[in-house]
Every structure is written in C-alpha cells, then in structure tokens.
Design a protein around this ligand. Sequence first.
Ligand code: MG
Length: 460
Amino acid sequence: MKLFGTNGIRDIVGEGLNARFVADLVGACAAVHGARGLAVVGTDARTSSPAFGRIAAGALSMGGIDVTELGILPTPAIQYNVPLLGARFAMIITASHNPPEFNGIKGIASDGLEFTKETEARVEAAYAAQEFPRMPYNRIGTISPDPNGGARYVEGILSHVNVETIIKKRLNVILDCGNGTSAVTSTLLLQRLGSRYITLNATFDGTFPAHNSEPTEANVQGLVKTVRALGADLGVAHDGDADRAVFVDEKGNYVSGEKILALLARECIKEHGGGTVVTPVTSSDSVAEVIAPFGGKVQYTRVGSPVVTRKMKEVGGIFGGEENGGIIFAEHQMARDGAMSLAKLMDLIASSGKSLSTLLAELPPYHLVKVKVRCPVALREKVLEQVPSILDSGKDTEVTTLDGVKVRYPNGWVLVRPSGTEPIYRVFAESKDLQKAEELAKNTAKKVEEIVSGLEAHPA
Ligand code: MG
C-alpha cells in the first residue's frame, strides 16, 4: 500500500485526509518506532492543522511515546528541533504550498531529515496490517507543549550569519508571510537582524485570503508593489510551511529562483573554501560556473528536495537546492529552509555593500526557459521511450538520463522530463543566448506534443 508521495502524504481534508486516517497513520508510525522515548509534533497554519496535530499527539501518546508539541511553526523549524530535543522522530502536519483544501503528513527521522523510503515502507505495511499500539493506562505517553521551538530555530540561524554587520546596515525588508507559518519566525529573525521591516499577510489564515500559498511571481504581486512603493532594500515571500523563500530586488523585480541559488551557492563555497553543491538536473549551469573558481563542484540529482538532502548527506555536500526557492545549508541543517535563505541573503547584501540587483547583474547571463506539454499520466512512460529519438544527440553532445532525458550541446542544454505530480511533461532549455534557449525549448516542446498526439491517435 503506497501512502507516501515524493514529499510526505498530501490529500484533501475531509476526504482522503480525515481524523480516522491521521490517527491510524500516526498509530502505524508509533508501532514502527516502538513504545518508548520522545516524538515531536508540529503543524502549519491550515484550518485543519490544530485538530490533526492533536490527533497525532494523542495517537503517539496512546502508543506509549512521550510527545512534545511545538504548535504552529515552519517545517524547517520543526525539523531543526528534532535532533536538538533528542526526539526519535517527528510528525509534521502540513501541505506546504498546496491549495487550501489540502493538508498532509510528513514523517521526520531523529536526524531531522525526512523518513527514509524504508521507514515509509514499514509505516505503510503497519498501516495496511492495522498494527496500532494499544497501551494500558500505566504506559501512556505524556503530552507537553513547548512554546520555544521557534526561538531556538531562529537562534540557530543567527549563529551562521554576521549579525553585527547586518544590524549596522538596517535593511528595509518587506516580508510576505502569505498567511502561513513564517509569521512567527521570519518576523523574529528580522527583528533580531535589526531590520526596519514591514509585514504583509502575517496572520495565520488557512483559507489563504491574500493569495495562494505557492510564492510564484503571479502570487506575490502585492509584495512586488509594496517593495516598489516603499523603496525597500529587499522583498521576501515564503510558502505556507516556509521551507522556501523567493525574493524581490530593490527595484521591485521578482528574482528567479535559479539566480538566488547560484548567488548563495557561490557565497557558501567561497566561505568554506570549496565543497560540493547538490542540485537537480533542472538547475542552471550558472551554479557550476560561479562556484568553479572557488573550488566548488556540482553533483546533480533527480528532482525533489528529499533526494537532494539525502545525496548531500551521502556525498558530504555543503549546499543544495532547487530553482523553486528551496535551499539547504548543511552547516545549519539538512533541510530546505526559507528563513535561513533570507538571513544568508541579507548577510551577502550587508557584507558586500551591494544592492541585490547589482549582485544579480554580476552573475553569468544564462537564460533558462521552461515550457509545459500536456500528457496523460497513462502515456508518461511510452512518451519517455520516444524522447531520445527527437533530441539531436550527435557529435559534441552529452546525454544524461538521471531524470528524464537531458542533452548538453556546446552552447546550452535541453531537458525533457515528466512531472511526478501533474499530467504534463516539462521542457527546460538553457543557453547564454536567449533566442537559442527559447527556440530549443519551443521546438523540443513541439516534438514532445507530436509524440503525445501520435500515441493518442494510435494507442498500442
Ligand atoms: Mg513548502
């Protein structure tokens, strides 16, 4: 029985995700871990999260496990507290950036990383076998609230940046919490960094009245306008569980995630005098280019943050991340961390004395173009078989099939891969020549469309 997806369990509240399911699933986690020690429970700010969080705490306690309830906090804040509190595992109730009707459950291991595939499989087996622990009255675990999880997490972040330098700069920052969990932690971080900050949507509201919880350019137009109107130094927006951060420069331009990834990767490698950066095959070549002079090298992976963090642990990577604003600093913790990205970017702006737009203009001028192609899920594999035939892979090219098919040419690359969550194929093309990147993406997408319609017209 498969319950866990690429990033935990996500489903619609009242349908797949209901009280009974949460109690049984968390009960199965308790069964797998055994009736002893401590577990942590924390939630995002969705309407159903307090209820599911209490059900989870109850199920663990009835399984003979003591519970520390951290309340509403960002996913990375909860992860940070797991090893710190000596917990054996954690249950996080969150659906990250999904629409308001969703919620979800993430399992976190004692090291603060997501459950391994093996643990997930054991939980799924226990759930299928209805193995829910039933402890007698004298073996029930305790449940204790802990209001200090957010403060501990912010202190952890502060220990990795030049606090005095940032405070001196008194940066004007506009923070869009998107009615999510960052309202409690990124505000505290900005206070501690001496920022003259203004918040938008900084009240918890699981109906997401201001904008959807995913910090796309379209969703954070309120932030863009506020940065422009107030002449701020920086704008930042988090998704609902604040493991991601996206930025707006001082001119009011939304900054693409791959540029922030390259900028912060370079700083991290520079600071550590070399090291490995782990990032998926979809990432811009600018990352590899900017870290090379400082002794950095890139290790590519499949798409998905749990894959990136596990690979970082395996190869001793010091920095990792994806172009969607999810960045991992190993010195802090092996988890995507929106507030840590904000602190590191403020550190770079303050220490360099340069504005964000100036720092971005110094990056190599790569253009990464992304196009979607509709493809029914049933045809996903058949389409993938035919993809190599449409890509020019002659002399001077290098083909990678780590995730989808990527072909590298002397002056750019193209990648075709099926989405894991939506009925689409994604085509990525990158070059220093914008027109070339656009043409490569457009022509490749057209060929993928032809494969899909060919298969639809003549099903095998
Ligand atoms: Mg998230």
